[in-house]
Each structure stands twice: as structure tokens, then as C-alpha cells.
Design a protein around this ligand. Structure first.
Ligand code: MN3
Length: 204
């Protein structure tokens, strides 16, 4: 599991073909997003940790959860690039070719698929500029939807990340141009609900 990995971080293979999410998310977007954008976060995270052997044994999850404990000059690069690595590996892992049935646990928590979609979409559209909408578990074990700017990760504010939706323009601009709303509607088709439920069961 990527969250347990430590320095030096490596670019994982995409868990499906670049065209596997067509026609909802196109092959070119997937290639640039995974091979270029994620790769840059990985390279920059490794660069940031190069001079800090004492933090090279921390897992990615620890780095983000214990961010305030890092020296000030390391905190921002880890927040941005460590978050970038975690958020993207999770985003890619939690998509799959279209057709998986909606999660019964999420349906129960939000009063059905339509309500969940509506709330997730509102959070994703409400994120001004770059960021992610997140399905998270709070400290009481309740499912919640939030939005966070840039590459900020729920772990840093004491929440368990369950499912991220990347709404940076690089996630959709090549196919959807400025139409974030259309991209979100397409993303709903390619959620890997089996893996989300697996994650929920592992976390609870
Ligand atoms: Mn992205």
C-alpha cells in the first residue's frame, strides 16, 4: 500500500491501461496526469527529503499525519509534494473501468447515490481554484464530504481519507476544457467502488 512506502518514493504503474477509463476520462489526460504530474510530485518529494535522513524512514502516511513536527523548511515541500503523491496514488487507485455498482455503505450514510453525487459535486464545484473533494471518515467513524485546497490531505487535519476527486485543471482540461462540472459527472462513472469499500472496511 502506497501510504506505507518510505523514501525514496517511486512512480507506481497505473493499475489499468491509460485508455481504460474512456470515454469518461481520456487516454491523453491519464498519461500526462500519471506519468508527468505525479512523477513531478514524486521527484520533488524525494528532493525535499534528500538532506533529512531522519525523516527518510517515515512512511508517506506519517509524514502527512505528523506534518507539524517537521522542521519548518521541510513542512511546505512535504505538504505540497507528499500530499501530491498520496492524493494522486489514491485518486488513480480508486478509479476503474465503468460499471461497478455503487457502495451500499456510502448509500446508507448519504441517503442514496443521487444524494451522495449531489453533495460530492457541490464540494468539488465549490473548491475555488485547485484542490480536491474528499470522502472522509471523521474521528467518530462517520462518513463526511469536504473540500481541501491544493494538495492538502485529510490526514493532516485528523480525518481518514477514503476517496479523493482531483479538481485541478490538469485532471480534466485536455478533454473537458473549463467544464469542471462535466468532468465530475464523468468521474462518477469510473469510481472503483470495490476498492472504496475495501478501504472503508480496512479503516473502520
Ligand atoms: Mn492531479
Amino acid at each position: 500500500m502506497f501510504s506505507k512506502e518510505t523514501y525514496p518514493f517511486r512512480l507506481p504503474e497505473l493499475p489499468y491501461a491509460y485508455h481504460a477509463l474512456e470515454p469518461f476520462i481520456d487516454q491523453r489526460t491519464m498519461y500526462f496526469h500519471h506519468d508527468k504530474h505525479l512523477k513531478t510530485y514524486i521527484d520533488n518529494l524525494n528532493k525535499a527529503l534528500e538532506a533529512y535522513p531522519e525523516y527518510q524512514t517515515w512512511t508517506l502516511e506519517e509524514l502527512l499525519t505528523r506534518l507539524p513536527e517537521l522542521p519548518e523548511e521541510l513542512r511546505t515541500p512535504v505538504r505540497n509534494n507528499g500530499g501530491g503523491v498520496y492524493n494522486h496514488e489514491m485518486y488513480f487507485h480508486l478509479m476503474a473501468p465503468a460499471g461497478q455498482p455503487f457502495s451500499t455503505e456510502v448509500a446508507e450514510a448519504f441517503g442514496g447515490e443521487d444524494n451522495w453525487n449531489r453533495q460530492m459535486k457541490a464540494a468539488a464545484l465549490g473548491q475555488f481554484g485547485s484542490g480536491f473533494a474528499w470522502l472522509v471518515l471523521d474521528t467518530t467513524g462517520a462518513l463526511k464530504i469536504i473540500a481541501l485546497p491544493n494538495q492538502d490531505n485529510p490526514l493532516t487535519i485528523g480525518l481518514q481519507p477514503i476517496l479523493p476527486l482531483d479538481v485541478w485543471e490538469h485532471a480534466y482540461y485536455l478533454k473537458h476544457q473549463n467544464l469542471r462540472s462535466d468532468y465530475i459527472d464523468d468521474w462518477f462513472h469510473v469510481i472503483n467502488w470495490n476498492a472504496v469499500e475495501q478501504r472503508l472496511n480496512d479503516t473502520l
